[in-house]
Design a binder for this molecule. Sequence first.
Ligand code: GLA
Length: 384
Amino acid sequence: MELNRRTVIAGAAAAGIAATTLGTGTAQAASGGKKPVKELFGKLADGTKVYRWSLENGGTRLKVLNWGGVVQGLEIPDRRGHYANVSLGFDNIEDYVAKTPYFGALIGRYGNRIAKGQFTLDGKTYQLSVNDGVNSLHGGTQGFDKHIWDVEPFTKGSDVGLVLHYTSIDGEMGYPGTLKAKVTYTLTKHGDWRIDYEATTDKATVVNLTSHVYWNLAGEGSGTIEDHELSIAAGRYTPTDTGLIPTGELAKVAGTPFDFRKTKTVGRDIRDGHVQQVQAKGYDHNWVLDKGITAKPEHVATLRDPRSGRTLKIATDQPGLQFYSGNFLDGTLTGTGGKTYRQGDALCLETQHFPDSPNHANFPSTVLRPGQTYRTTTVHTFGC
Ligand code: GLA
């Protein structure tokens, strides 16, 4: 959490406001994180048990499934200390298995799209699982989001968290090489949610891991995010064809609805009729972050709900950010709180390498070779 948030908490404590007024998460902020708690969430059709881990630290409450590393809930307070779950999800495993549009999930082996599900590496062409028209999306029909991960809880200093492991065997979804993925979710004493991704391979392959949380800072099921304010530190984006595959161009955002360099509401220019928006039914594009690839996570985007005052700041070391304005939500899914999700009821900010990089020599490389370790970090900082 940021300073203003801590000040509110400290002020409340000084004023003798009961912890219950602000929620138990606030009480935790002073005493450090709670040990992660595990409970049965449901069972897959074959009887495999799905567990849900609950973590709390610095005023943030995180609920994570061992299925897909799914963030099933993420609760943060508003400026009056009222908690809301700001992440879309379901209250049962059956809906996740049957119809989730990647709610809260870990995405791999390759987040976003690969044209025709094909790429050539070291002279060999690979055919991937195709699941989005003719293209491969988010790792194919059975991406990392649809597998059980090994989950180990930890408490380290003032941090609490989970280490998630998944091994994707050589040839799974068409990708070469056995890829060992390790993802660490950490809640810090300030209530920040940090994701550290790591992967190694035994054959040259491509990797692009990300997290697919659908944010609504007013609370999931509370309606549109068009009034959320957003800024993205990017002067360029990657325009796409009708299948949402980048054309290869790094187009300037200046003078287009894609310009989020100065804070504006998500809805302000969403109906401008720019051909790129019409194709995508809104925003569903990769922003080319001005900072490029960095050694450490740097701040790239800020989202704010003016009604509740809740803010989310994203820092990453990655070169791209997919901003998806929830265009395919169509009122057919009923979420955690019992409300249906309609178009624009949430948005995703997926830190990543550019879509279809394996087919664009001018995009930063996503190739991972034996002996190398893929490492990337994204930090979510909440405030109010
Ligand atoms: C990503 C894609 C979108 C859509 C969603 C899931 O963000 O870019 O086009 O497929 O996932 O519905």
